[in-house]
Design a protein around this ligand. Structure first.
Ligand code: KG4
Ligand code: ZN
Length: 336
């Protein structure tokens, strides 16, 4: 089934055409404008979505070599995300569906991330534990099969990506923080400073990253020169604390539910140290590791088209009442 997916939940405008298991195109246009503000400015994000949406959708169709007439269904992110950004994608997809007479389904952005672990590798051993670690969410799921997820635990305060972004800001590194901390950490010693591993000893599968950010802030108050002089060490130690917490929690979740695979999705899954440490420790426990290719970790529309195709095939279609829902909850997933 050929599905066109559209994703505009935050500061990326993305469109993709998938056909069954194959990704025919995946175009992502990232907004540069927020860099100088050190974070996303919602009004600017919505405005940029408006200018990018048409060319990005056209480019996705052109690269796939598919006319809109040959598309069998449409999928669009309906939430969670920024109200203005989401509204652009939803309105565009609704008009396209109406004009072309194709069925449209609204997709939960987080379920899109969850499905991204199946892109290009649909056959890893099940059941799996899937960690979603993005800018807005950090949550662990037990997944018995595609579309059937049980929430095991999530963060009680900041998300892992948010911890990277806030840490980067404290260290004077540019936004987005994940890639810039990763880069700064390359020349650093992760053992130079001992940062807390939040909730690692706790029995539950919840996360908490606010204390880690505070620990970095307190360290920098005591050693103000360190943000510059010891930036690489601080970045490496801070990254190690986040990564080790994510890895260990995911492995205890896998043990608890008897999973055969441990998977990670979302922007933070692009982190090189996370990919390395998870592979190392999971393989020691005899677990398979599944992490999407880099372009499917950060926000993209292939994951939305993929999820949409799954639901369209089950006959799920959203009517004209589909709306952008900025606070769409996790339990709008099937099975959660
Ligand atoms: O999934 P995503 O693109 O958007 C959301 O749904 O939030 O995730 C964005 C987050 C940002 O916080 C960014 O700093 C983080 O993912 N990120 C990374 C890396 N690349 C992006 N974090 C750590 N290492 C990276 N290489
Ligand atoms: Zn995302």
């Amino acid at each position: 089934m050929k599905v066109l997916g559209i994703e505009t939940s935050c500061d990326e405008t993305a469109a993709s055409v998938v056909d069954g298991e194959a990704v025919l195109s995946s175009i992502v246009s990232s907004q540069e404008v927020h860099g100088k503000y050190g974070g996303i400015v919602p009004e600017l994000a919505a405005r940029e979505q408006l200018t990018a949406i048409r060319p990005v959708v056209r480019a996705a169709l052109a690269e796939a070599g598919v006319e809109i007439a040959a598309i069998e269904g449409l999928a669009v992110t309906s939430g969670p995300g920024l109200a203005g950004s989401l509204a652009v994608g939803v309105a565009f997809a609704k008009s396209l569906a109406l004009a072309s007479g194709k069925p449209l389904v609204g997709v939960n952005h987080l379920e899109g991330h969850l499905f991204s672990v199946f892109i290009e590798r649909p056959d890893f051993p099940m059941p799996a534990v899937v960690l979603i670690a993005s800018g807005g969410h950090t949550a662990l799921f037990s997944v018995a099969e595609k579309g059937k997820a049980v929430l095991l635990g999530q963060t009680v305060d900041d998300a892992a990506g948010e911890a990277f972004d806030k840490g980067a800001r404290l260290l004077g590194l540019p936004y987005p923080g994940g890639p810039s901390i990763q880069k700064a950490a390359e020349k650093g010693n992760p053992k130079a400073v001992e940062f807390p591993r939040p909730m690692l000893k706790a029995e539950n599968l919840e996360f908490s990253f606010a204390g880690l950010k505070t620990a970095l802030a307190v360290f920098l108050q005591k050693h103000p020169e360190a943000a510059k002089e010891r930036r690489a060490d601080l970045a490496a130690a801070y990254q190690e604390a986040i990564v080790e917490t994510l890895v260990e929690k995911s492995l205890s979740a896998a043990e608890r539910v008897g999973a055969r695979t441990v998977a990670v999705a979302g922007g933070v899954a692009a982190n090189r140290r996370l990919r390395e440490l998870l592979s190392l420790r999971a393989e020691r426990k005899g677990l398979s590791v599944q992490i999407p290719a880099l372009p499917y970790c950060t926000d993209n529309a292939a994951m939305i088209a993929f999820t949409g195709a799954f639901y369209l095939q089950l006959g799920k279609v959203s009517g004209p009442e589909l709306e952008a829902t900025p606070n769409l909850p996790l339990f709008s997933f099937a099975g959660v």
